[in-house]
Write a new protein. Structure first.
Length: 35
């Protein structure tokens, strides 16, 4: 299973707020489709 940090970096998400919200989400792997 990929780490969330790697996924965030791979999708170019640099905002800390977005990153935190992304990691706090229980469905953190589903929103990837949005990006």
């Amino acid at each position: 299973m990929l780490s969330v940090g790697r996924i965030l970096k791979a999708h170019g998400i640099r905002g800390d707020v977005k990153a935190e919200s992304f990691m706090d989400s229980p469905d953190c792997f589903l929103p990837i489709k949005v990006f």
